[in-house]
Design a protein around this ligand. Structure first.
Ligand code: BDR
Ligand code: CA
Length: 316
């Protein structure tokens, strides 16, 4: 069976780490490159985290370093509160052996897209700065891709105090997101989908138990325990593993159901809904649909997939 060649552009990130682990464990996917971008934590940390995760998860692929700052308003903002000060919860790397590729993220993406002639799936689960940069340099990128999937946007937001309509990944770099949405057909796994797939605290307990003491399951044991701790500290009985749902949607099309709509990104700095993915549900814009919007989720199926992943690493 021919595996699907996949590049994941990400900003690890606890849920990014689950996403990388899930992609690496799938027999359907061939994770050929990872391209870190600044987002949840600063770019020096997202780069370090990707290299360290490659070591610990035994991921053998290109790592092309990406943007150090968003295209729009490059002030530093992060989500270290959610992901821990290093971005990957309690995971520790020790001495990192994995080396980055000499090419930057946007060249790795373009080279691999051309090399795989229409078969490559590009997935972005962080701010879209690297993808927009790639499109600026290589406007013919879209014709070389099989599919472009993001975790980002959705029907509501999560950037508290500043915007209730924007989702973090889009809000960090709305200019990049706007350029990407206007050039690429997007499969958008947004907050409405990821929240519908929230993982229960008891499931994290089970994941920790499945990982046991197995050295190969170290990363997932730490991540699962960290996710559970987050639930408790926030007074919730579940936690959202956003980015892994985007990977799950590719592995098993039954996990997420999509509807086709026109979507644009509000990127005007003074707009109250700055960073929102505005979805034309009823077609009033008259514009052709450009985005497959995730609207339905099979939560039990997703959680089963996460547990199977833990088993896979524990038995390695
Ligand atoms: C997204 O923002 C980040 O904090 C997560 O890694 C995820 O990609 C959710 O809004
Ligand atoms: Ca992310």
């Amino acid at each position: 069976m021919k595996k699907i060649p996949l590049i994941i552009d990400c900003d690890p990130g606890v849920d990014d780490s689950y996403a990388l682990a899930l992609a690496n464990s799938s027999e359907l996917l061939d994770l050929i490159a990872i391209t870190p971008v600044e987002g949840n934590v600063s770019s020096d940390l997202t780069r370090r985290n990707v290299l360290g995760l490659c070591d610990l998860l035994n991921i053998d692929c290109r790592v092309g370093f990406g943007a150090e700052k968003p295209l729009f308003n490059p002030w530093y903002r992060n989500a270290a509160g959610v992901h821990g000060s290093t971005g990957v919860g309690t995971v520790e790397f020790g001495e990192i052996k994995k080396q980055p590729d000499p090419q930057p993220a946007w060249e790795v993406i373009y080279e691999e897209a051309v090399r795989h002639s229409g078969e490559l799936v590009l997935m972005a689960v962080g701010p879209l700065t690297n993808i927009a940069t790639c499109l600026r340099l290589h406007p013919d990128l879209p014709k070389h891709l099989k599919r472009f999937i993001i975790m980002g946007g959705g029907t509501f937001g999560n950037v508290t105090n500043t915007s209730k309509t924007a989702e973090f990944n889009i809000w960090v770099d709305p200019l990049a997101a706007s350029e990407v949405f206007s050039q690429l057909e997007v499969w958008m796994v947004g907050l409405n989908a990821t929240h519908a797939a929230a993982v229960e605290m008891t499931d994290f307990d089970e994941m920790v138990a499945i990982c046991g003491d197995a050295p190969g399951a170290y990363v997932l044991r730490e991540l699962s325990a960290f996710s559970k701790k987050n639930c408790m500290e926030n007074g919730h009985d579940n936690n959202v593993i956003h980015d892994a749902l985007a990977v799950a949607s590719l592995i098993d099309p039954e996990v997420v159901g999509f509807d086709h709509h026109y979507v644009y990104v509000e990127h005007s700095g003074d707009a109250p809904n700055f960073g929102q993915t505005v979805i034309d549900f009823d077609g009033t814009s008259g514009k052709a649909p450009n985005c497959h919007v995730a609207m339905r989720v099979d939560q039990p199926r997703f959680v089963r997939m996460l547990k199977d992943m833990c088993r896979w690493y524990a038995e390695k």
